[in-house]
Design a binder for this molecule. Structure first.
Ligand SMILES: [Zn+2]
Length: 277
């Protein structure tokens, strides 16, 4: 074990023509580091080059062993996409993905030359990736389904060994749960997350995540019922009884995400940011 979860090999060939390099950016938020995936052998597509870490970008080029023609990203958070523009300059590759939305914690240097939308297919002579728009963790989040393997590359929609942050307004809990259900219906053999190891039992893991979120939502709703007219800040200790107070800042963002879902579902109302059910 490292300080941030299980040790992962820096490089792994996961299937013929599918390779993974772990970026050297381990942290509480990124686990062992950001997973960069390489597709293809004769012509290579790179998914999520990670932050700007020169040694990692050099490693991607060296490991590719052939021309990198395309760089894809799952979303534009700082641990996934900032390396893309620089890697594109290094090797003349095309950038593909959804542009960064407004707001903080977005990588505005990622400017795709081809914007991807739900249902798009990205295909080479070696592999076929289907684009699945999965808003929730980020409004511009996409997953990629490798058709030959029925593997879904999930970015931060689903990660290994931990839940992901849903930080409003760009993060949206209602969309997140809808996107989870959609991904479950795709029928994939494995999930390949942006952080951590391959997940080989997608339906069980997705059900667990949805159940966990809905249990938390029920706890939030119960707290609002017994403590009406509190702000999210005041509600945190009533809901996150199991969380270290040092993490209350994050807990409040997550609680707000639940409240906005309950509001969108027509369950909760607010006046002056004081909540009622
Ligand atoms: Zn991430």
């Amino acid at each position: 074990m490292s300080a941030f979860g299980p040790e992962m090999p820096e490089f792994a060939e996961l299937a013929p023509g599918v390779r993974r390099i772990v970026a050297p950016n381990p942290s509480m938020m990124t686990g062992p580091g950001t997973n960069t995936y390489l597709f293809g052998v004769d012509e290579v597509a790179v998914l999520d080059p990670g932050p700007v870490i020169r040694s990692h970008l050099d490693d991607i080029v060296a490991r590719a062993g052939a021309a990198i023609r395309w760089i894809l990203v799952t979303h534009t958070h700082p641990d996934h996409s900032p390396g893309a523009a620089i890697l594109a300059d290094m090797c003349g590759a095309e950038l593909l993905g959804m542009p960064a939305p407004e707001g903080r914690h977005q990588d505005k240097t990622f400017i795709p030359s081809r914007t991807l939308a739900d249902g798009d297919v990205f295909e080479t002579s070696e592999f076929r990736l289907e684009v699945v728009h999965t808003p929730g963790h980020a409004s511009n989040h996409v997953c990629y389904r490798h058709a030959g393997l029925a593997w879904l590359f999930t970015g931060d929609h689903i990660i290994d060994g931990s839940t992901v942050a849903i930080n409003p307004p760009d993060g949206n809990m209602k969309h997140y749960i809808e996107s989870l259900r959609r991904v479950k219906d795709l029928g994939c053999n494995a999930l390949l997350p942006g952080h951590g190891e391959l997940i080989d039992d997608p339906p069980r893991v997705i059900d667990w995540i949805v159940d966990h979120r809905l249990e938390r939502e029920a706890k939030v709703a119960a707290a609002v019922k017994s403590h009406p007219d509190l702000t999210t800040h005041e509600l945190v200790p009533h809901v996150y009884t199991d969380v270290d107070p040092k993490l209350y800042g994050w807990a409040e963002r997550s609680l707000l995400a639940h409240m906005l879902k309950l509001e969108a579902d027509g369950v909760a109302t607010r006046s002056d940011n004081r909540w009622r059910i």
